[in-house]
Ligand binder design. Sequence first.
Ligand SMILES: Nc1ncnc2c1ncn2[C@@H]1O[C@H](COP(=O)(O)OP(=O)(O)O)[C@@H](O)[C@H]1O
Ligand SMILES: [Mg+2]
Length: 490
Amino acid sequence: MSMFGRRGSDGSAPAPPPSGAKRPPPPAREPTDPPPPPPPEAAVPQRDPPDDAGIKRSENFYDIKSTVFSALIDTIDLSQLSGLDQESAREEIRDIVNDIVAIKNIVMSIAEQEDLLEDICNDVLGLGPLEPLLARDDIADIMVNGAFKTYIEVDGKVRSSSVRFRDNAQLMNVCQRIVSQVGRRVDEASPICDARLPDGSRVNVIAPPLSIDGPSLTIRKFKKDKLTLDQLVNFGTITPEGATILQIVGRSRCNVLISGGTGSGKTTLLNCLTRYIETDERVITCEDAAELQLQQPHVVRLETRPPNIEGEGEITMRDLVKNCLRMRPERIIVGEVRGPEAFDLLQAMNTGHDGSMGTLHANSPREALSRLESMITMGGFQLPSKTIRDMISASIDVVVQAARLRDGSRRITHITEVVGTEGDIITTQDIFVYDVMGEDGDGRIAGRHRSTGIGKPKFWDRARYFGEEDRLAEALDKANVLENEAASRA
Ligand SMILES: Nc1ncnc2c1ncn2[C@@H]1O[C@H](COP(=O)(O)OP(=O)(O)O)[C@@H](O)[C@H]1O
Ligand SMILES: [Mg+2]
C-alpha cells in the first residue's frame, strides 16, 4: 500500500507515470466506489451536540469529496508527492483539484472548494480528518472508535466530535502513517502499536481483529504548557505555604519521590519541582515517553525504547539510569520508577547525585517506600530486606503524595520526610498534610492543608545551606493551622 492516502477499498491502483507527478486529468466518470455509508450513530439523538471545529458541511460534501478524491488518485501517483516539500505538494494538489472540479462541472462555492482542498491535502499529506483536532490546543485526548465515531476530551469532559473517516480503510491508513513515523507497522499480524507524533503526543493503535468494530486510535495530546506551581495553588491542589515548602525541597537538592495514582498529577508535580533547579546544574532525565519540560539549558533527555517486531533492541529504564551514571550528572530525574531501576536510582541518590527525583505509583508515602523495596526485591537483587530499607532511608529525603479525590479534584495530600530506620522499620514524619473535613452540597470535598507542627524538618540543614531557612520557617509556621487557631482563640 502506498504511503500516501490511497484508499484500501479502491482496487484500481493507478500505475505510476514514468516521470513527473502529473498526467492530464481523466475524462469525467462516475466514482467507482459507493458513497460512504452514513455514520451509524446519525439516527441516535445525542445529548451533547458534536463539537465540530466550526466546520459546516453541506449534505453532499462527502460525496463530492469522494468523487474528487478518486479522480485525484487516478491522476497522480501520490508517492511522487513525497519527494516534494509540503508547500509544493499542496500547490500540485490544488492545481489538479481545481482541474477536476472544472472538468466534472462540480458546483460549489469558493469557500467550499477551499474546504475541500484543505480536506484532501490533509488526507494526502497529513493525518486526514484528524488534522483539525490535532491543531486545537484545548483538546487533551482524541479517541477514534472506528471510522464513524470520534470522541474528544475538552476541559475534562468527553464529547463526540463530528469528525469521521471515509471508511475503516482510510482510518487504518492514517494509523499506518502515524506508526510508520516511528518505524513500525500495524496490521493483522501485529495489531497493537504504540507511537508518538512529532509534537510529542502519545498514540496507541489497536486494529482488527482485536478491535472488533474497526481500528481504534487513541491520542493523548502533548500539552505544550505544563501547569506551574502557581497554577496548582490557584486550583487548590496546594496552599501557597505548601508550594513554598516544595520549592525549597526542590531548590535545596533533596532526593524526592513523588507518589500517587494514575492521573493524580505526579508528572505535573515533578515538572513543577524541576523549575527550582539552578540553571548551572547538569540534569539528565529518563522517561518512557518524554513528557517533562525542563527550562534549564544543561539538560540531557533520554527515552526508553520498546523491542522491535522481532523482539530485539529494547532499551529499558534500568539501562538508561545505569548509563546516566557514566554521564556525570548532577541530578537524575526518572519519569516513572516501576522496576529494577529503583535500585540504580537509589544508588545514584546515595552517591552524590543529590536532588534526584522520580515518580512512583502508590497510594500513600509509606506504600511508596514499600513499593520501592519490592521493586528491588523483584529485580532479583539478593539483598536482605534490612539492607534495602537502610538504603532507602539513606537515599530518599522527601515523599510527596499526590491524589485525585473522589470529586475529581487533585490535591497534594502529604509532604513526608524519611527520617531514618529503627530496627527493621523505616521511620517517616509528615511535615505537611491535607485533612478531608467533609463534603459540601454539590459533592465537592472540603478540606484543608496544614503543617504538622514540626518546626525543624530533617532537611532543615540543607535548606539553611541554600539560604532558605527563614522562608522555610515562615511557611511552616503560617501553615500550622491548628496551632494558629488555638492561639487566636486564647
Ligand atoms: N493539580 C492539578 N489540577 C488540575 N489538573 C491537573 C493537576 N495536576 C495534573 N493535572 C492534569 O491531569 C492530567 C494528568 O496529570 P499527570 O501529571 O500526567 O498525572 P500522572 O503522571 O500522575 O499520571 C494532565 O492532563 C494534567 O494537566
Ligand atoms: Mg505520569
